[in-house]
Design a protein around this ligand. Structure first.
Ligand code: DON
Length: 306
């Protein structure tokens, strides 16, 4: 007899399967070539059970879903004050790629590209070189996932070919002394971080580690402190879905983060980590069918925080 959870997940997946609304991201050329019909959902409980359906072992790039995890590493490595001095915690109400800075040139939050580029530069101890920092990020994100993650070199190269906007933002951050190193090199590191390959199951476990207040439910490793997780989940709640964060919080009510390859995670503190994958995006850069799946999960199970 099959367990009721996979049956439920399969039913919900089936209910959105025919929705072809939206389009895969095309500003990263390599992403536009990916099969847009892939669809997956996974849930990871805090005792390490994983339930997954659809294309749940297909790999895709993590993209902006790396942002909350690298923010967690920066907070853990540098402490709250030095990070808050460089990156704020206010929702921008603007798209993820806008130049949303405060009067002092500080990015409004770590979930938008400007804030994530600055946050990337804060991972690892002060003074670390670019390679050491990237190793720290791969080690840290791998600890959240519970397995070693690898870079998709083709997606990385493709995004770097067209990274004019992020490079411009990084130069502006350098002018404001938010960055204190070579802006092009920081964008390279940030873009590599976004090019790490994950599966929907990996993302559910990464989300479950946040939901479990920093302890990876399968390996038992404490990846970051409870205080860091509280900060990260707070910022995900207000800023994780960019300029649709208000719609998301009212309709779904789960701290979340999206990525332009089509991934979406939700972490419900003390309860569960959820991930979905579907590459067609809405105008905010969030996965259309991913949002529909989360709306169903929230409605059916009462997962809304309120
Ligand atoms: O920097 C970028 O534009 C991409 N590497 C990541 C953007 C992203 O995932 C936006 N999220 N939905």
């Amino acid at each position: 007899m099959r367990s009721p959870i996979p049956d439920y997940l399969a039913e919900v997946l089936g209910s959105v399967e025919s929705d072809e609304t939206g389009a895969p991201a095309d500003y990263i050329p390599e992403l536009a070539t990916a099969n847009p019909n892939r669809l997956a959902a996974a849930m990871a409980t805090l005792d390490g059970e994983v339930y997954a359906v659809g294309d749940c072992s297909d790999e895709f790039t993590i993209q902006s879903i790396s942002k909350p995890f690298v923010y967690a590493l920066a907070l853990a490595d540098r402490g709250f004050e030095p990070v808050l001095a460089k990156v704020g915690v206010e929702p921008s109400g603007e798209a993820f790629n806008k130049v949303s800075l405060d009067g002092g040139g500080r990015p409004l939050n770590p979930m938008i590209n400007a804030g994530a580029i600055a946050t990337h530069s804060l991972a690892g101890p002060a003074g670390i070189d670019a390679k050491g920092r990237f190793d720290r990020i791969v080690d840290g994100l791998s600890a959240f996932a519970g397995r070693r993650l690898q870079v998709d070199e083709a997606v990385f190269a493709s995004e770097m070919d067209t990274a004019f906007r992020n490079t411009s933002i990084a130069y502006l951050l350098r002018a404001y002394d938010v960055l204190d190193e070579d802006p092009t090199a920081v964008v390279g590191g940030y873009t590599r971080q976004c090019s790490l390959l994950v599966t929907t199951v990996d993302l559910a476990l990464m989300a479950a580690t946040l939901a479990n207040r920093g302890i990876q439910p399968v390996t038992g490793e404490r990846v970051v402190s409870e205080a860091v997780v509280r900060q990260v989940l707070s910022v995900m709640t207000t800023c994780g879905m960019y300029d649709s964060a208000g719609d998301w919080v009212t309709q779904v009510g789960i701290p979340a983060k999206s990525g332009v390859a089509g991934g979406l995670i939700g972490a419900l503190p003390g309860q569960v980590g959820i991930a979905t994958f579907s590459p067609r995006l809405d105008r905010h850069g969030n996965s259309v069918r991913g949002i529909r799946l989360f709306e169903r999960f929230s409605d059916d199970t009462g997962m809304h925080m309120m």
